[in-house]
Design a protein. Structure first.
Length: 410
């Protein structure tokens, strides 16, 4: 069996999804997602210029060898661009493998460990009252877990992932601004955040009661000592997790948080390999690993991370921001169905009718649980005639500065 060709598409409804389609001499094809949010053209070029010419003639069933060829063969290893491109190839090869076997990918991983995978939604508000409405909206739909973000009184601009004005939160994406590649600037004030947010989280807990799983994303804004103080302050809230309290390039810095608090910590959405989280996992400094199959080299590599995590009581909480296409979300749904150490899945539904037309699938979300499709392979298709309606639109994440102009972490 041989790979005969591959195509890369960039575009989608309100998103620049990077979709890889690998074709074979047996008519079976595989699909992969290489969407690197706001840098989408780069994995697309890596695929077109360097990877596809090498794939032609290879046996698509040898997904492990192909992964090693891409990773070791590149010499300059890792990084989000390369790992997103490898990830797309890997997902497509698992898709082909499943289709050849007539089995959904979760069966190839070891079968189902659960019936449904708990997901969390994003609630957001310009202020706390607005956020409470947004949480209530998801609770009414049966969600058991909600990530909560709100504006901070006196903060010079909207803080991470919140709307400027009341009632504008639902179904919007505050992460990417498609006005061009020059970013919007947000202003951050650590003091105001630290003084306000623990109390706001406690009000949410009091209002919604003990059963709701409450998650909060600090988005890398605190220094390690501040993060330790914050994690300790929110202990009475009983968070499901506190996400990215501090940038984790310095894996050792997470010790400080652990030494001071038992609040569960979730980290890893910007990691591209096991080498960025192995110390965090082995030293049990985190509780949830947040890698995504897209940026972390596909199912083959993500599974290694999941297995390492399982040895250290670290559960999964794969990244599922709106930039992931239904293909990588499906790959994660298969891992979630199987992983013995599954925790939760981030899941955002944005632009669904057009998205469903472009990526038809039988994966289902009901009452805050994701139910994996039983179709062979990843269980998602890609309609090329729909894809022809879309193009690449330049966009950017905001950039954050402190009030004195100092550049900060988005
Ligand atoms: C999350 C993330 C995202 C990122 C986004 C950047 O927890 O979902 O923090 O919202 O900001 O993926 O492209
Ligand atoms: Mg996050």
């Amino acid at each position: 069996m041989k790979i005969t060709g591959a195509k890369v598409f960039v575009g989608g409804p309100g998103k620049n999804y990077v979709t890889l389609k690998i074709l074979t001499d047996q008519g079976v094809y595989g699909l992969g997602d290489a969407t690197l949010n706001n840098r989408e053209t780069l994995p697309a070029a890596y695929l077109r210029d360097y990877i596809i010419p090498n794939l032609i003639g290879m046996d698509p069933r040898n997904s492990e060898d192909i992964w090693q060829f891409l990773y070791r063969g590149a010499y300059f290893r890792r990084g989000p661009v390369a790992m997103a491109a490898f990830g797309a190839v890997d997902m497509a090869l698992w898709d082909i493998k499943g289709k050849l076997a007539g089995l959904p990918v979760y069966q190839l991983l070891g079968g189902k460990s659960r019936e449904g995978a708990m997901v969390y939604a994003h609630a957001t508000g310009s202020d706390l009252a607005d956020l409470m409405d947004s949480i209530a909206h998801y609770v009414a739909q049966g969600y058991k877990a909600v990530r909560v973000q709100c504006g901070i009184p006196g903060m010079p601009s909207a803080s991470y992932a919140v709307p400027e004005r009341k009632g504008e939160g639902e179904g919007k994406n505050y992460i990417t601004d498609y006005a061009g590649i020059r970013p919007k600037i947000e202003t951050w004030d650590t003091g105001r955040y630290m003084r306000y947010m623990p109390g706001a989280l406690m009000e949410i807990r009091d209002h919604f009661g003990p059963d709701l799983h409450i998650l909060h994303d600090v988005h890398h804004r605190l220094l390690p000592r501040e993060a330790a103080e914050f994690a300790k302050a929110v202990e009475p809230v009983g968070l499901y997790w506190l996400e990215d309290p501090t940038p984790a390039e310095d894996q050792e810095a997470l010790r400080l948080i652990r030494q001071h608090s038992t609040t569960p910590i979730a980290i890893g959405e910007v990691f591209n390999s096991i080498w960025e989280c192995n110390k965090l996992i082995e030293n049990e400094l985190i509780d949830f690993i947040r890698v995504a199959v897209t940026y972390a080299g596909g199912i083959t590599h993500a599974r290694r991370i999941v297995d390492l995590a399982a040895l250290h009581h670290v559960r999964t909480g794969f990244h599922g921001a709106p930039s992931h296409s239904p293909i990588s979300m499906a790959a994660q749904a298969h891992l979630n169905a199987w992983a013995p150490n599954f925790g939760i899945q981030e899941y955002l539904v944005l632009g669904t009718p057009q998205c469903d037309a472009l990526f038809p699938s039988e994966h289902r979300l009901a009452s805050g649980m994701m139910h994996v499709s039983d179709a062979p392979g990843l269980g998602v298709d890609f309609v090329e005639r729909e894809a022809a309606r879309y193009d690449y639109t330049p966009g950017s994440h905001p950039v954050v500065r402190l009030e004195d102009g100092t550049l900060w972490n988005y």
